[in-house]
Ligand binder design. Structure first.
Ligand code: XMP
Length: 521
């Protein structure tokens, strides 16, 4: 085996299908859709040597989409050897165009770009489109394949794409211009299944529980037999699952450090102590650093500066604590795929610097262990439940590393924190009581930096509004605002205004993502 081949990937890949990343936001989504079909999948870089791919013995390859034109100077190239490995290959969007170019077909900018829902005419149902009754698909392209390579037949077209799907059954090479991995392409999963089970002959035996075995192996290989590890425990499901995986791999060589930055929701610090200290008996250090964080944040109003400060102080605190443990080399973080992509990969554009990725200081003296980096939230929950994490933590809504600080617009002070924490607590309580907690991806309160006039009793008030933000989502990459019942909104509004001093108005955020982000900062 090649020395630098990832051992966990080497173990899991045979029988699976690998997704070659050409810089698309959708590469991990394709892998996740394949895993949903119970076939192992992971993303590999487009410049991986073909011999290494061959050593992984995948059943097939999917070439992802990408943001560039195949003619752009910086366009990531497709190594033609990928098409000669003797395994089926499916090119999606840019992946199909790169395949066309590599095999001598023609890709052109015809001026007929297509974005969004597009009518599709299926010309042949003999091959991959056999189980694909759809008459529309989801498109996102400027360039089009205008002449397929020799040996290919065109199986579908749209008004703007003369080759919307093509295949060469003999070489088992397939291409689709549209995106079968997004929910907006009806029957997209059926098309992927036809590729996985008919073309690649995969067996649907993989489950998210395999992640445990794969990751335990990967962690042991990274950390070795003697080194010590600390974990960035936040109380959320991500860092909890990451910690338990590492604990399974290295036992008591893991110490969890819980930096209580004072920006958590009500009652959360206690929950962490209870679960990890009392229940799992993982060595736990609870650092109470609220005053320090507040003094570092004094006078700061810029969102990115807040994130950077909190990220920096968070890691510095870890470094100080780890020094007291003596020579810790590794730091565990519960970074998910959505955190990675939002912070900008090599090709995808940066949207925000997430504190557990982009906010890390460059002089940090520890190496990261990130066992959840390829997973989506719902996959992490399945793994957490399997590891025995209490139901309450498994189903906890996501909470950002910088905590309430990025939900307080303007300066973060002890008083404003207290207002937001109390309002948020009311909202959490009512959402749970209404039985909606699990249906919502996130529900929380935001404290803007404006005041408005109100009247309470006979008195004029001049106080803050609180904004309610509740969204539904599958993976945080897109989200819709939740249609909360009016009676719930009424109870929340009444209770917040009656129970939280300093608030005289409640508003509801009805923005989807995009164009809004989920958090306000
Ligand atoms: P946005 O606001 O970018 O958030 O739509 C997407 C998801 O990520 C969470 N989030 C974070 N999580 N560290 C985290 O661990 C962070 O710095 C961070 N910022 C946002 C956010 O709550 C939502 O679920």
């Amino acid at each position: 085996m090649t020395a630098h081949l990832d051992p966990a990937l080497a173990q899991a890949a045979p029988g699976g299908v690998l997704v070659v990343d050409f810089g698309a936001q959708y590469a991990q989504l394709i892998a996740r859709r394949i895993r949903e079909c119970r076939v192992f999948s992971a993303v590999i870089p487009h410049d991986m040597p073909p011999e290494e791919i061959a050593e992984l013995h995948p059943m097939g390859l999917v070439l992802s989409g990408g943001p560039s034109s195949v003619y752009a100077a910086e366009a990531p190239g497709l190594n033609p050897e990928f098409l000669r490995l003797g395994i089926p290959v499916l090119g999606i969007c840019y992946g199909m165009q790169a395949m066309t170019q590599a095999l001598g077909g023609t890709v052109e900018r015809t001026g007929a770009a297509e974005f969004g829902k597009t009518d599709l005419s299926v010309l042949s149902r003999a091959g991959l489109l056999r189980e694909f009754p759809a008459e529309t698909c989801w498109m996102s392209h400027n360039d089009s394949v205008t002449r397929p390579p020799d040996g290919f037949s065109v199986s579908a077209q749209t008004a703007g794409a003369p080759v919307a799907a093509m295949e060469d059954a003999e070489r088992r090479l397939y291409g689709v211009q549209f995106h079968p991995e997004v929910v907006h392409t009806p029957f997209g999963t059926d098309l992927l299944k036809a590729f996985l089970f008919d073309a690649c002959d995969c067996t649907p035996t993989w489950t998210p529980v395999h992640v445990i075995e794969d990751q335990v192996e990967r962690i042991r290989a990274q950390v070795g037999d003697t080194e010590h590890v600390i974990c960035a425990l936040s109380g959320g499901v991500d860092s909890a699952v990451a910690a338990l995986l590492v604990h399974k791999a290295v036992g008591d060589r893991l110490t969890c450090i819980f930096v209580d930055h004072g920006l958590l929701r009500q009652g959360e610090a206690e929950q962490v102590e209870e679960a990890f200290g009392d229940h799992f008996h993982v060595p736990l250090i609870h650092v109470k650093a609220k005053d320090h964080f507040l003094s570092e944040l004094a006078g700061v109003t810029d969102p990115e500066t807040k994130r950077k400060i909190i990220g920096r102080e968070f890691i510095r605190t870890f470094e100080r604590e780890s020094a007291t443990l003596g020579g810790v080399r590794f730091l565990v973080q519960g970074t998910l795929y959505s955190d990675v992509i939002e912070s900008g990969s090599k090709h995808a554009d940066k949207i925000k610097s997430h504190h557990n990725v982009g906010g890390l200081p460059e002089d940090m003296a520890v190496e990261l262990v990130e066992p959840l980096r390829q997973l989506f939230k719902d996959e992490v929950r399945v793994v957490g439940a399997e590891l025995g994490l209490p139901e309450k933590m498994v189903w906890r809504q996501p909470f950002p590393g910088p905590g309430l600080a990025i939900r307080i617009i303007g300066e973060v002070t002890a008083d404003r924190l207290e207002i937001l924490r109390r309002a948020d607590y009311v909202l959490q309580e009512e959402v749970r009581r209404a039985g909606l907690y699990r249906d919502l991806w996130q529900s929380f309160a935001v404290l803007p930096a404006v005041k408005s006039v109100g009247v309470q009793g006979d008195e004029r008030t001049y106080a803050y509004p609180v904004v309610i933000r509740a969204v539904t989502s599958d993976d945080a990459m897109t989200a819709d605002w939740a249609r909360l019942p009016y009676d719930l909104l009424e109870r929340v509004s009444n209770r917040i205004i009656n129970e939280v001093p300093g608030v005289n108005r409640v508003a509801l955020d009805i923005t989807s993502k995009p164009p809004g982000t989920i958090e306000w900062e």
